[in-house]
Design a binder for this molecule. Structure first.
Ligand SMILES: C[S@@+](CC[C@H](N)C(=O)[O-])C[C@H]1O[C@@H](n2cnc3c(N)ncnc32)[C@H](O)[C@@H]1O
Length: 263
C-alpha cells in the first residue's frame, strides 16, 4: 500500500506527526497525508533532487468579492469557488506569506547543491494593483520565471486585460543544470488546463512532465500533491516521487490516478 494516512486535519493538529517517519522507506513513491511543513521537516537535507509544486494561492482572501460568493460572482463557473476539501484558502495575507516562505525554506533545505524548486503561483490584481508574489520569493535565488500560458481565463474586469497566465519560479542552488537540450523549450509554455479531474486546481500532466523531463532529477517532491499529477508525471518519466497532501480524499484520488496510468 502506497498510502500513509496520518490525519486528515493534520494542519491544525500538533500531535499528528508523533510517529516518526524514516527516509527513504516511508517517503519514496508514497503520498503522505499530512501537513507539508511538518512532514518536510522529517526529510533529510539534500535528499530530494527537485521540488515541483503549486501551493494553495489563498484565493479566498481577496479584495474582490467573486471567490466569496459562488452564486453570482465572476468565479461562478470555477471549481475552485467551492474551495479545497480540507483547506480554506483564506488566511490573512501576512500569515499566508509567512507560511509559504517557511515552506520554501524547507523545500530549499532538502535539495542538494545541484537541485531546484519549480514553484508555481498566480499573480492577481488586489485593490487595483498587481500582487506579483515578490513578498514570498524576494530573497530566494530565483533564476528564471517560466510563463505558463493557459487557455483563456475567468477574471474579467473592466480595469485590466484578462489574465491568462500563471508563473513558475525556477528557484535554484548554484550548480543546477537542465537536461541536455531542454533549454530550447524557451520560457513561455502553452498548456491547456486539465479538464477531466475532480480536483479543483490540478496541473495538466504534460506541464509537469515537461518540467521533470527537462531535468536530470531522480527523485521529485511535491509537498502540495493534490490529485497526484506530479507523481504521475514522475512515473511517466521513470523517476521516483515523494508526495505530501493534507486531504485524505485527494490522497485517495491521487492513488487511484497513479494506479490507473499505463506505462
Ligand atoms: C493547487 S492544489 C495542488 C494541485 C496539484 N498540483 C494537482 O495537480 O492536483 C494545492 C493542494 O494543497 C493542499 N494543501 C493545503 N494545505 C496543505 C497543507 N498544509 N499541507 C499539505 N497540503 C495542503 C490542498 O488540499 C490542495 O490539494
Amino acid at each position: 500500500m502506497n498510502l500513509i494516512i496520518k490525519d486528515k486535519n493534520a494542519y491544525v493538529k500538533e500531535d499528528m506527526m508523533s510517529d516518526k517517519l524514516s527516509f527513504p522507506n516511508d517517503f519514496v513513491n508514497r503520498i503522505i497525508c499530512g501537513d507539508s511543513l511538518k512532514v518536510m521537516k522529517q526529510i533529510p537535507s539534500a535528499s530530494i533532487d527537485i521540488v515541483v509544486t503549486s501551493p494553495p494561492y489563498n484565493l479566498k482572501n481577496s479584495t474582490g468579492n467573486g471567490m466569496k460568493d459562488p452564486r453570482g460572482g465572476k468565479w461562478k463557473n470555477a471549481a475552485l469557488c467551492k474551495g479545497y476539501l480540507d483547506h480554506e484558502d483564506c488566511m490573512p495575507h501576512d500569515e499566508y506569506v509567512k507560511w509559504q516562505r517557511d515552506c520554501l525554506t524547507e523545500m530549499f533545505r532538502i535539495i542538494p547543491e545541484n537541485g531546484a524548486v519549480f514553484y508555481n503561483h498566480k499573480w492577481r490584481v488586489q485593490d487595483g494593483l498587481l500582487q506579483d508574489r515578490h513578498d514570498i520569493v524576494y530573497d530566494f535565488p530565483v533564476r528564471q520565471i517560466i510563463i505558463w500560458k493557459r487557455n483563456g481565463g475567468i477574471n474579467f474586469n473592466a480595469g485590466y486585460f484578462l489574465p491568462t497566465y500563471e508563473v513558475i519560479y525556477l528557484i535554484v542552488k548554484k550548480n543546477f543544470k537542465l537536461a541536455p537540450k531542454a533549454n530550447a523549450f524557451g520560457d513561455v509554455w502553452e498548456f491547456g488546463q486539465e479538464l477531466n479531474n475532480p480536483h479543483p486546481a490540478p496541473f495538466p500532466v504534460n506541464l509537469i512532465s515537461r518540467i521533470i523531463s527537462s531535468t536530470n532529477a531522480k527523485i521529485v517532491l511535491d509537498p502540495f500533491m493534490g490529485s497526484g499529477t506530479t507523481a504521475i508525471a514522475a512515473k511517466i518519466n521513470n523517476r521516483q516521487y515523494v508526495g505530501i497532501e493534507i486531504s485524505k480524499a485527494y490522497v485517495q484520488l491521487a492513488e487511484k490516478r497513479i494506479s490507473e496510468i499505463l506505462l
